[in-house]
Ligand binder design. Structure first.
Ligand code: NAP
Ligand code: MG
Length: 498
């Protein structure tokens, strides 16, 4: 099989050519309605594969399969769950090149990033999370209740029990990594899971399910239903058989999920949108800060929830900083992700390309100056040039709204109070970075910044051991770190009169 300009290796080409099915209860199955969904390569708009168009009936089957599996999986030995997750990490590592290429073909991102970021991070996360399976513990207490009959005493402790069946809904920007961020903690905690990947990028989740089956996860522990958000996704969020919904996506859809979940008191964690400020103080090494800021916005074509999409730079160094940043943007190579020199691939879809270009137009209309970029890229793919905009007001759309593309707005500040006010003037609060070696200023700013993650002299410094999630409209709850204990288990209090 070839896309317009690239020969896909035969094993993967065969996999893509086969009729793709969903994974429910340990079986590959078609959608109940028999319909299919086309999957495209955003580098050249060619059709890559077709997957089942699952709907509420398929979700129902998957939830039933997960509930059945949960009856035994919840009592499985923790070290068995740990070993299976480690085996899954090993299996993924053994096929990392194939998975990376699949991810690039489906999502568009440069292959070197798929291999050395998406796959590497997914494998690391699986291994980190595997270790938690054997470390879920309760506490023992000594109650002071007076009404204990003579000669008796109280034994009191808490247990952490798996929350149940998890419904997971994920976006298209890091398809495999987002899948693993949900699947690993659920399975480690003894939960079963029904995963609905994004309609634009469903392929790596299906391949992951095959791998999980091969390494020995019991039927029904992991189920994948492909389909549309407003149909299969909404059915999953509203399903009474789900105990927890783990969602990553837009704030707009996150609110719909939360409303649906509340009907059944389904537990929710919501990882939502962002508009993360990059703050460059007067003392910063401008060249290093510009290189970091460029990565913060252009990595993954800017389709990153933590993308550094607003830069606030001290007014005295603004012009020099913008010069460095423009140089960084111009050094990027727009090309299909499968080309060796590609550092900026296409956006995920025509829809996303239109959306991002419309934001650039809005900047022009609102008085912005396009310092570099603003156009599209190689013919046939959904490319947008790395774009740096200056001269916009804080109220402008490109400063206030999440663009989710390679577009950054640079503004100035005069003093730290103004910087804090500007940085926090956003409905979002996912992440922020500070570029400075002025310890006093940095430590004054960190507690003032409304963001779930703050990085200093770096951006996207994410690690499985660090809790990740949003303040304000960027979400509820945390992922990573010990969050599988807090978000994938229920705490039960036990008191015994003995
Ligand atoms: P999205 O439109 O919210 O979609 C996310 C997922 O929700 C997709 O699987 C989508 O299905 C599904 N969905 C859509 N409507 C639904 C509904 N009514 N009920 C249930 N599910 C529904 O977001 P996106 O455009 O794919 O992704 C970009 C957004 O994700 C950005 O806002 C970004 O910031 C956010 N994000 C956040 C994080 C984080 O950790 N905080 C990480 C990555 C991305 P379809 O694919 O069929 O539409
Ligand atoms: Mg695709």
């Amino acid at each position: 099989m070839t896309t317009a300009s690239f020969a896909i290796p035969s094993t993967l080409a065969r996999w893509l050519d086969q009729r793709r099915q969903m994974f429910i209860g340990g079986h590959m199955v078609d959608a109940a309605g028999g319909e299919q969904l086309d999957v495209f390569n955003p580098a050249d708009a060619s059709q890559l594969a077709r997957v089942p168009l699952g709907n509420a009936d398929d979700i129902d089957l998957a939830v039933t399969a997960a509930r059945t599996a949960f009856k035994t999986w919840r009592h499985s030995r923790p070290n068995r769950r740990e070993k299976l997750l480690l085996d899954l990490a090993d299996a993924l590592e053994a096929r990392a090149d194939e998975f990376a290429l699949l991810e690039t073909l489906d999502n568009g991102k440069p292959l070197t990033f798929s291999r050395h970021m998406d796959l590497a991070l997914a494998i690391d996360f699986l291994r980190y999370t595997a270790g938690w399976a054997t470390k879920i513990e309760g506490r023992s207490m000594t109650p002071s209740m007076p009404a204990v009959p003579d000669g008796h005493r109280l034994v009191a402790y808490t247990r952490r029990e798996p929350v149940g069946v998890v419904g997971a809904i994920i976006p298209w920007n890091f398809p495999l990594l987002m899948a693993v961020w949900k699947v690993a903690p659920a399975l480690a905690a003894g939960c079963c899971i029904v995963l609905k990947p994004a309609e634009d990028t469903p392929l790596s989740a299906l391949m992951l399910a095959e791998l999980a089956d091969q390494v020995g996860f019991p039927p029904g522990t992991l189920n994948v239903v492909t389909g549309l958000g407003h149909d299969a996704g909404a059915a999953l969020a509203a399903h009474p058989g789900i105990n927890k919904i783990a969602f990553t996506g837009s704030t707009q859809v996150g609110k719909l999920i939360a409303k649906a979940a509340v009907e059944n008191m389904t537990r929710t964690t919501l990882e939502l949108g962002g508009k993360s400020p990059v703050m460059v103080l007067r003392d910063a090494n401008l060249e290093a800060a510009a290189a970091g800021a460029a990565q913060a916005i252009f990595f993954n074509q800017g389709q990153v929830c933590t993308a550094g999409s607003r830069i606030y730079v001290h007014e005295d160094v603004h012009d020099r900083f913008v010069e460095h940043l423009v140089k960084q943007a111009k050094a990027l190579t727009l090309a299909p992700g499968t080309e060796a020199d590609s550092t900026l691939g296409p956006l995920v879809s025509a829809k996303q390309q239109r959306r991002v270009l419309a934001y650039i137009d809005s900047a022009r209309q609102q008085g912005g100056v396009i310092a570099t970029g603003g156009g599209t890229g190689p013919d046939g793919g959904y490319f947008v040039e790395p774009t740096v905009i200056t001269g916009l007001a804080q109220e402008s759309r490109c400063v206030q709204e999440e663009i989710f593309g390679p577009v950054v707005v640079v503004q100035t500040f005069r003093d730290l109070d103004e910087l804090v006010a500007l940085a926090n003037d956003s409905p979002y609060g996912l992440a922020a970075s500070l570029w400075s070696n002025d310890l006093t200023a940095v430590n004054r700013l960190i507690p003032e910044i409304e963001a779930g993650s703050v990085w200093v002299n770096g951006h996207n410094l994410l690690d499985p051991c660090m809790p990740f999630g949003g303040f304000k409209q960027s979400g509820i709850g945390r992922e990573m770190g010990d969050s599988l204990v807090t978000h994938y288990t229920e705490e039960k209090s036990v008191v015994m009169l003995v």
